[in-house]
Design a protein around this ligand. Structure first.
Ligand SMILES: C[S@@+](CC[C@H](N)C(=O)[O-])C[C@H]1O[C@@H](n2cnc3c(N)ncnc32)[C@H](O)[C@@H]1O
Length: 254
C-alpha cells in the first residue's frame, strides 16, 4: 500500500526540524507543496532549504495551487456560513491533493509549517481523500515544533500559571470572547491586532513575530502600555517585508 508522510517542520527555524522528520523525509519520493502560488517566497525557501540540506536521494516536488476561497463571507457572527465556506475549500483542496497523489508513484510527503495538529488543514484533507475511497493509502504524522512553543521559548516562559489552563484561539474569536480570568489565552491567525480591542487594565502580553527566522521580533509588557508599540512595530515590519506571521499570549494579572 502507498504511504504518505505528513511532516511537521517547525515554525521557521530550519534547526527545529527533528531527527524523526529527517528520517521520514528520506523515505519520500514526491513532496506535495500546497500553497497559494503567491505564497511568501521566504516560506517557500525555508522548505526548499530543509530538503536540500537533509536529502541526498532523488525526489520530486509537485506544487498544488490553492483554489480561491470565498472571502466575502464574514467570519465573526456567521459561524455556520463561515464553516460551510471553509468546508467547500477543504473539499476542493482535497480533490487537488488526490489527483496529484494519484498521478505520481512512490512514497509521498507533505511538509507542514509548525505542527499539523494546530490550525492546519492537511489532515482534514487527507481524511476527505480516504473517505471518497477512490484511493487507498496509509499515512503517518510526524510532529513538529509549533509557533506556540517557539513563542514560549523566545520569551523563556511557561504558557500557563501553575496548574492553570491555556486556551488557544484565533484573533477573530478573541474579539468575540475576550480573555477569561485564571486562564492564559494564546492567539494565532490574527491579522488585525485584536489585542487592542480586548478591554481591561490588568492584562499582560507576550508577543512574537517571525519566530525562529532572521527577523524574529518579540515584545512583552502590560497590554495597555505596549499595545500601540506592538501595533506600530507590526505594521512597519509587515510593510518592510510584505508579510508577517505573529502569535501572542495574553494573561490577566493574579
Ligand atoms: C495557519 S497557522 C499554522 C500554525 C502552525 N501549524 C503551527 O504549528 O504553528 C499560521 C499562524 O501560526 C502562527 N505562526 C506560525 N509560524 C509563526 C512564526 N514563525 N512566528 C510567529 N507566528 C507564527 C501565526 O499566528 C500564523 O498566523
Amino acid at each position: 500500500m502507498r504511504k504518505l508522510y505528513v511532516i511537521g517542520i517547525g515554525a521557521g527555524d530550519p534547526d527545529q526540524v527533528t531527527v524523526q522528520a529527517i528520517k521520514a523525509m528520506r523515505q519520500v519520493n514526491v513532496f506535495f507543496m500546497i500553497g497559494k502560488g503567491a505564497e511568501k517566497q521566504e516560506l517557500v525557501d525555508v522548505r526548499s532549504a530543509i530538503l536540500t540540506e537533509h536529502l541526498r536521494h532523488p525526489y520530486r516536488v509537485v506544487e498544488i495551487l490553492d483554489p480561491p476561497r470565498d472571502r466575502t463571507v464574514p467570519g465573526a457572527g456567521a459561524d455556520t456560513e463561515y464553516r460551510g465556506v471553509v468546508a467547500d475549500w477543504h473539499e476542493q483542496r482535497s480533490e487537488l491533493l488526490e489527483r496529484a497523489f494519484a498521478d505520481t508513484d512512490g512514497v509521498g510527503g507533505i511538509l507542514v509549517w509548525g505542527d499539523p495538529s494546530l490550525y492546519d488543514s492537511t489532515l482534514r484533507m487527507i481524511e476527505r481523500v480516504l473517505e471518497r475511497e477512490r484511493m487507498h493509502f496509509d499515512y503517518e504524522v510526524i510532529p513538529g515544533i509549533t509557533s506556540v512553543q517557539a513563542l514560549a521559548a523566545a520569551h523563556r516562559m511557561v504558557l500557563h500559571e501553575i496548574g492553570e489552563p491555556v486556551h488557544i484561539t484565533t484573533g477573530r474569536r478573541l474579539r468575540e470572547e475576550g480573555v477569561a480570568s485564571g486562564q492564559s489565552t494564546l492567539v494565532m491567525l490574527d491579522g488585525d491586532c485584536s489585542f487592542t480591542q480586548v478591554p481591561g487594565d490588568d492584562i499582560y502580553i507576550w508577543w512574537g513575530a517571525y519566530l525562529g527566522m532572521p527577523d524574529e521580533t518579540i515584545v512583552e509588557g502590560p497590554l495597555r502600555v505596549v499595545e500601540h508599540r506592538i501595533a506600530r512595530r507590526r505594521a512597519a515590519l509587515r510593510e518592510a517585508k510584505g508579510w508577517i506571521m505573529d502569535v501572542y499570549l495574553l494573561r490577566r494579572n493574579g
